[in-house]
Design a protein around this ligand. Structure first.
Ligand code: NAD
Ligand code: SIN
Length: 480
């Protein structure tokens, strides 16, 4: 009997989609048959195809957003912004392709041409996460296709219907069936795809746990490209910020948007001890007004639910664990309904916990850490093995200069949220947040490799040094 994957609407518990688990071997085989022909097409042909894809997605915006919100539990308004990001990715990727992987030709001293061009890798595997099930895999797939690769895409087992919808849009736009392949499955199929000899690389967005395993596996394979976009334990520092209400709004947006299920979500709020109370009160005031509810509720919720009950339990356990270790709750993180993964936003002061775990708790939970001075704030901000995003809320440009210089993260913001990263900039982190292959604007870099060529229309060469003089050779042999 074939195994099936079914997708559950986390807000209702209803099954919304079901399909048999796919076969990595078969999908890679098809893509290997297709990529060379796709790579041989002109760039403008591939970019035009992707522009058609953008138009198709734009035309299906409502339908697509509805599916994403039903499959992830995120509010409908937020799912719409995700679909808009999918559309916008095409123009950004076309621009990035020419800027990051340009062709150029320079004349050399002997009138030869020194050309720089880029070639696609071949077949790239894309493994997607559940939290942005369309936007994030699309952020790998569009640049990969523009560069001339074929793609085998395995969406998260929690959001396969969105993955299928996305792939159908590429196909409708004219991407050949043997160039974009959908692999339905879970971690086992992900492992089979990642280990397949027929892929030339893996573009992964997901947890540090899976990313680390993949990094070990690819450590023996310098012949394959590996791009890892992983998690974070992101700090948000507030120091001499004159407007507590504005700071609180940015903090709430950073920590609780998408119910905290963003890799760039603020997890640790670092504040000046003794001056923190007005800020905490302002955050508390907003938390008390946050609407948590089903995606299509009216009035619209700020937060939907988590992806499933298991995740909600893990985040609730994380909150209880912090309490047991000495944390003081400011706003209790609670399950609203025992059967569904709706959580209220949690805020907890963990200053008293001596040894804090450096884990990404993937939900609406923000930990407050009070420190005496800015140097301690910086030390605390960098006190993590991750390094994805960091933000400073402060009225002082000098403090921001220090913050920027000393922060160890791939995204460093000032008076802006830790999340909401721009597709028009590189998106990636250091430490356990990735392997120095940022995505978004820099995705072009890992979708093609540079080829340097010295080129002349005919072979014209002479060796002018280090050879014996033929005249002298002849005389020497005549004399002997
Ligand atoms: P996950 O690691 O559980 O799964 C991601 C994908 O990998 C899924 O398709 C899954 O089936 C597959 N997978 C899981 N284990 C695997 C393994 N050992 N080998 C091969 N494939 C495997 O991640 P998730 O729970 O879907 O997503 C949430 C995580 O993703 C969070 O940690 C979040 O921070 C991170 N994330 C990072 C970014 C970024 O760009 N840096 C963006 C979004 C999410
Ligand atoms: C994410 O990719 O998880 C979030 C992106 C962002 O909001 O910065």
């Amino acid at each position: 009997m074939t195994d099936t994957i079914s997708s559950i609407n986390p807000a209702t518990g209803d099954s919304i989609w079901e399909a048999p688990v796919g076969d990595a071997d078969a999908e890679v085989g098809v893509a290997r048959g297709g990529w060379a022909q796709w790579a041989a097409q002109s760039h403008s042909f591939r970019i035009e195809t992707m522009r058609r894809f953008a138009n198709i997605v734009r035309g299906k915006l409502d339908e697509f957003a509805d599916l994403i919100s039903r499959e992830t539990g995120k509010p409908l308004w937020e799912a719409r912004t995700e679909v808009e990001a999918v559309v916008n990715k095409v123009d950004i990727s076309a621009e990035a392709y020419f800027e990051r992987t340009p062709s150029r030709n320079k004349q050399g001293e002997l009138r030869e041409q020194n050309a720089l061009r880029h070639k696609p890798h071949g077949v790239l595997a894309v493994l997607g996460p559940f939290n942005f099930p369309a936007h994030l895999p699309n952020g790998h797939i569009v640049p990969a296709l523009i560069a001339g690769n074929a793609v085998v895409f395995k969406p998260s087992e929690k959001t396969p219907a969105t993955g299928e919808f996305l792939v159908n849009c590429y196909l409708e736009a004219g991407v050949p069936e043997n160039v974009i392949r959908l692999l339905v499955g879970g971690p086992e199929e992900g492992k089979a795809l990642a280990a397949h000899e027929g892929i030339d690389g893996l573009l992964f967005t997901g947890s540090a746990r899976a990313g680390l395993a993949l990094h070990k596996q690819f450590g023996k394979r310098p012949d394959k490209i590996l791009a890892l976009e992983l998690g974070g334990n992101n700090p948000l520092v507030v120091w001499d910020s004159p407007d507590a209400d504005a700071a609180a709004a940015i903090i709430v947006q950073s920590a609780y948007m998408t119910a905290g299920q963003r890799c760039t979500a603020a997890r640790r709020l670092i504040v000046k001890d003794g001056e923190h109370q007005p800020l905490i009160d302002a955050i508390r005031k907003i938390i008390d007004r946050i609407i948590v509810g089903p995606p299509d509720a009216d009035p619209a919720p700020f937060m939907g639910c988590l992806i499933d009950n298991r995740s909600a339990e893990a985040v609730t356990d994380g909150f209880l664990d912090l309490m047991m270790k000495g944390g003081s709750p400011i706003a209790h993180l609670r399950r609203i309904d025992d059967d569904k993964p709706f959580l209220t936003p949690g805020l907890i002061d963990v200053t008293a916990i001596e040894k804090r775990d450096d884990e990404e708790i993937f939900g609406p939970l923000l930990q407050v850490i009070r420190v005496p001075d800015f140097a301690s704030a910086m030390q605390e901000a960098n006190n993590t093995r991750f390094g994805l995003s960091a933000s400073l809320l402060s009225g002082s440009p000098d403090l921001y200069n220090r913050f920027w210089a000393q922060s160890r993260a791939g995204i460093v913001n000032w008076n802006k949220p830790t999340n909401g990263a721009s597709s028009a900039a590189p998106f990636g982190g250091i430490g356990m947040s990735g392997n120095h292959r940022p995505s978004a604007y820099y995705a072009a870099d890992y979708c093609a490799y540079p080829v340097a060529s010295a080129e002349a229309p005919s072979a014209r060469a002479a060796i002018k040094i280090g050879l014996k003089d033929p005249e002298m050779e002849r005389t020497a042999s005549d004399e002997s």
